[in-house]
Design a protein around this ligand. Structure first.
Ligand SMILES: O=P(O)(O)OP(=O)(O)OP(=O)(O)OC[C@H]1O[C@@H](n2cnc3c(O)ncnc32)[C@H](O)[C@@H]1O
Ligand SMILES: [Mg+2]
Length: 198
């Protein structure tokens, strides 16, 4: 029997990563892209944790099922932690990855290489009818490049350089990315939690 896990996301890039990360464990991943009758949850929280809980609990209640949600984003030191929780909409409501990257590159155009440190954050929340809501977090340290590199991944991946692999996230295979990413990191922690919970 195939095991199934529901992820409360409408982001295609995230959905693909979760599919890849759960496949080796025999899980089929369902997302809100497969459940179009579920409306987008408004992200009214001011932290990744609040928003992850909000998305997981709202959808878990609607579906009466165990649900995982991901709230994530990029924090850039030279921009005092921006775009942070507003990463998806940094350049406007249309959530354009290209416009978001252009905005960051423009804001950092006079910032030298040594001062371009940044990190991705990911909070995963798990909620469901028979459990107390739990969260786990993951981060990934890197630097913002001067220009895009690579075409894999999504979001800010082309401008995020990871020193340990000497690649931008968009130059990594899905396996490489999840071995070092904020999301891969957080999911590792969630995996041991799930064994205890269900
Ligand atoms: O809320 P859902 O439906 O999951 O989709 P979303 O895209 O709105 O997701 P978030 O609210 O968590 O915003 C996260 C944004 O941060 C960026 N981001 C998160 N993880 C990333 C990653 O692994 N690589 C590149 N950018 C990432 C990207 O711009 C995302 O749109
Ligand atoms: Mg969102």
């Amino acid at each position: 029997m195939t095991k199934r896990v529901i992820i409360a996301t409408k982001n295609r890039g995230k959905a693909k990563e979760f599919q890849n990360m759960f496949a080796p464990y025999g899980y089929e991943v369902q997302t809100l892209l497969d459940l179009p009758h579920i409306e987008d949850v408004e992200e009214t929280g001011t932290t990744f944790e609040e928003n992850a809980i909000l998305k997981a609990e709202t959808v878990a209640e609607e579906l009466d099922a165990l649900v995982i949600a991901d709230d994530s984003g990029l924090a850039i030191d030279a921009l005092d932690g921006r775009p942070g929780v507003y990463s998806a909409r940094y350049a406007g409501e249309e959530k354009s990855d290209e416009n978001n990257m252009d905005k960051v590159l423009e804001e950092l155009k006079d910032v030298p290489n040594g001062d371009r440190n940044a990190r991705f954050h990911c909070v995963l929340a798990i909620a469901g009818p028979e459990i107390e809501t739990h969260t786990v977090t993951g981060t990934c340290e890197g630097q913002i490049l001067q220009e895009r590199r690579g075409t894999n991944g999504f979001g800010y991946d082309p401008i995020f350089f990871v020193p340990s692999l000497e690649k931008s996230m968009a130059e990594m295979t899905p396996e490489e990315k999840s071995s070092i990413s904020h999301r891969g990191n957080a999911l590792e922690k969630l995996r041991s939690l799930i064994t205890d919970l269900v």
